[in-house]
Design a protein around this ligand. Sequence first.
Ligand code: MN3
Length: 200
Amino acid sequence: MFTLSNLPFGPNALEPYISARTLEFHYGKHHQAYVDNLNKLIAGTSWESMSLEDIIKGVAGQADQAAIFNNAAQVYNHDFFWQSLRPVSETMAPQGKLLVALETSFGSLDKFYEEFKAAALSQFGSGWAWLVKEGEGLKIVKTANADTPMAHDGQALLALDVWEHAYYLDYQNRRGDFIEAIIKNLLNWDFANHNFESYV
Ligand code: MN3
């Protein structure tokens, strides 16, 4: 049985960029539903005793296991997304080796922000934008629906949810404003740095 992970911040911590009401639905309803659906789908199967990562890698690419993949990957992606955000009160910027890697891979930090926004904005329909480590460098990856770099052995540092449910209550159709607000105010660079150091 999987349970909904606790949010790493309080319900108002992301305001005014992500409202408590959005979290109430996005975390409390959508994320919870992925956990509940996954538990129902794996009940009584051999997946029941496995880790989330093993389930996702085990069913990836199998058409008859798509429901398990979608729900398991969405649980994983949302856990990753909440950790990719920091409270508004915590000022943070990329530093050290991660900053060097960003500058080397994208030219400058501003150029990274620009490319990350463009990727997130151009993901057609539901999906995700990711900052991923590749060798000693970094790249930006888009995934559709529930797909996740981890399923393809990608080494994710940060995730950005661009499903409409992530922003519609606060921004309606203005996905670009939502992305901009997150990039400028909410990215958790400590989490990205921790991930960057953890991949060998
Ligand atoms: Mn979501």
